[in-house]
Ligand binder design. Structure first.
Ligand code: SF4
Length: 316
């Protein structure tokens, strides 16, 4: 693609007198800057002169798209959207969590539980919810928390980890690695490790005692991880599926799968008007199906829930 664009630019420069066409000259100059930027080959930064706000994003390691992300909050039971955020495709889900969360709170909804997928399992989000005593129904992300719980258990009161052979950690310290990242290092009792039949599989290198190197938030995340395995959590998490239904409705029936214009502003307008349209449809449906909708709405309001997800867009 890059060589094709370079050839195209060369061909235009050879056939067009850009000295009398300042706009063409400007566009060529801009195109050259984009192509010469090292980010271009990495699929980052500006990739289109028509839409300079759009970026490449990824649905998975191999599935990419070019455009924008729409992130919204919805009450899953009533399926009413309470806040909408639009970012370029490279946006990391959950970065604007607090803004959307505060907008939802400001709308008068009493939030008792917050649902999200693994992308929302991060300390900054969990802390906001904890402070407001909102229960986080968010599955544990392996990126944020990596502990083999089939082999190691944690005791919060004593801040100790226990292994399957009954050994336990007796020291803990914070360590900093070469790139500046910090971890917690827990050390097991060496005399028990020395004679352990599992030491070959458990310990790398020549050290006698097992060292458990964990992220700084691992002790706190252990609690979330335990809760995420309970039947109650798994049952509640099913409610998050309603978010996928809403994604489908907005994309299939209201064209949110494709940007109608160029630029972030246009995309934001499209996404917000779409949310407005599906909310109006939903309100009409609730009103027509329930004679006593007003009563029901207020009766239900104490257990309203927010849900997070994203829906991706392709730039036109
Ligand atoms: S090597 Fe040490 S930490 Fe590992 S299983 Fe054996 S006793 Fe436990």
């Amino acid at each position: 693609m890059k060589s094709y664009l370079e050839q195209l630019i060369e061909s235009v420069e050879n056939t067009v007198d850009t000295s009398v066409m300042p706009q063409t000259k400007q566009s060529i100059q801009k195109a050259k800057e984009v192509l010469n930027d090292p980010k271009f080959i990495l699929q980052k930064g500006v990739r289109s002169l028509v839409d300079e706000d759009a970026r490449v994003g990824y649905k998975s390691k191999t599935d990419s798209f070019f455009g924008y992300k729409v992130e919204y909050v919805m009450i899953p039971e009533e399926r009413i959207i309470t806040a909408v955020g639009v970012q370029n495709g490279a946006y990391v889900d959950g970065t604007e969590f607090e803004k959307l969360y505060q907008q939802t709170k400001a709308s008068g909804v009493e939030i008792t539980e917050a649902y999200g997928d693994k992308a929302y399992f991060r300390k900054s989000i969990l802390d906001i919810l904890k402070e407001d005593e909102v229960q986080a129904i968010i599955p544990v992300s392996e990126t944020a928390y990596r502990v083999d719980e089939s082999r190691f258990k944690y005791n919060k009161d004593s801040d100790q980890w226990f292994c399957e052979h009954g050994n336990y950690t007796w020291t803990q310290r914070k360590i900093t690695v070469k790139d500046g990242r910090q971890f917690l290092e827990y050390k097991f009792e060496k005399e028990i490790c020395r004679d352990c039949p599992n030491r070959k599989e458990c310990i790398n290198g020549s050290s006698i005692a097992k060292r458990l190197i964990l992220g700084l938030n691992a002790p706190e995340f252990y609690e979330y991880s335990q809760r995420a395995k309970t039947p109650e959590f798994l049952e509640k998490y099913k409610k998050r599926a309603s978010h996928e239904w809403k994604n489908g409705e907005m994309k299939r029936f209201h064209g949110l799968g494709r940007a109608r214009g160029y630029g972030l502003k246009s995309m934001a307008t499209q996404a917000k008007l779409t949310a407005l349209a599906v909310n109006l449809k939903r309100i009409a449906s609730l009103v027509s199906s329930l004679n006593n909708i007003i009563n029901c709405y207020f009766i239900n309001s104490y257990r309203m829930i927010i849900t997070y997800s994203n829906c991706k867009k392709s730039a036109a």
